[in-house]
Design a protein around this ligand. Sequence first.
Ligand SMILES: *Cc1c(COP(=O)(O)O)cnc(C)c1O
Length: 463
Amino acid sequence: MRYFSTRGAAEAAGFAAAALAGLAPDGGLFVPEEIPPYPAAVRSSLGTMDYRDIAFETIKPWVSPDIPEAALEEMVRAAYPFEAPLVGAGDRQVLELFHGPTAAFKDFGARFRARAFSYLRRGEDKALRIIVATSGDTGGAVADGFFGVEGISVTVLYPRGRVSPLQERQIAGLGGNVSALAVEGSFDDCQRMVKAALADAGLKKRLRLSSANSINVSRLIPQAAYYAAAAGRALEGRIDPDGEASPRSYPRRGAAPGTGGAGHRVRKGEAITLAVPSGNFGNLTAGIYAWKMGAPVRRFVAATNINKTIPDYLESGDYRARPSLATISNAMDVGAPSNFERMAAHLSWAEMKEHILGVSVTDDETRAAIRAVRDSAGYVLDPHSGVGWAAADKLLERGLVSGPLGILSTAHPAKFAETVEPLAGPVPVPPSLAKAMERSPRSRVIPAEIPALADILYSAESD
Ligand SMILES: *Cc1c(COP(=O)(O)O)cnc(C)c1O
């Protein structure tokens, strides 16, 4: 597969070059020359295939020929010892993406990417430094994915005081080849600093740098697999038994609010609409890739908190980035979503409007959804998934969606216990999170200035 820059000025790159560089030399994002369709035999068996086989079939054409099939096969088996179950909750489905080690969907991208990088860098002696900006969850998943991986070190930038105590421990509690920088600014500042470092010619000359944000194409591709798996099962009318760590700790009390009964449960032969809680829009972009490959998704819902740059764009056709606002779904506090550039490279505004419904949700609406779903369906949502649920509610009220409906659950509610528990009562902590809570975070505080980051990267090099 060949990749081109969204800005058009850079030459085409293969998967290895695109993944290792992160950003194209002209500052754009790498997008594929074409989106490879699933072979018909794969497409028709998405509903029954094992998750790892779907991941293999999804990723294969995107990494060919740089990662041979045998190596890819091994990578997906090692990366995904857990599932992405589509479970029933109230009148609809939840796609649980929190069964990995950091209990958020970013594990899907991070775990594949760590293994891909390690493979692509085999035999090289100059260490690779991954720099990543996080609003909360990416940092933990990247740190966990790369922790202890030889020849690679990781620097995570996060907005000081704007991540949860658990997220901070996941980012800054590992040590070893992972270092953490608490930036005195917002996530957008962190992201700006990372982009500047990756584009800095002086730094590039001396260091081998790469990104790990959703701007890196190697993180997006593996995420397409869970869309294909979920859409395939939904079309078969199948859902999964509750996953081991499902936050279904309460007796059910009737159907969820909104539309009554099981109105939006899966039915054989009907494609599902998927609501995607979104911030930087990497997840939704992966969904678009899966759909373009042939996964039977009916439509997407771009669900945001009050950082509604994309819902506003879908409404008006006018893209206006803005400063981010703090909310209870902090991993989605993004005012300038970097993957918009990628979405726009594949779809016109009219096409986006046709396939993506944009909805923004306030913190109060999110809290109300968490409480209502817990009371009526006995299911506990985290604040990000709560945004997805509340967004779907708004569309249902306006009659804008029909048929089977799934909400992507991007994190386990125990990650955001301080927000969720007052609304839904005690949330059991999965073992992976209990382990992380025991670590003590060690990070360095830095101002939101590019030279401060450059200094640290230089000094890390000479260590
Ligand atoms: C990162 C994150 C999101 C947003 O995903 P994007 O790909 O940035 O749109 C949503 N929920 C949680 C829990 C996250 O960690």
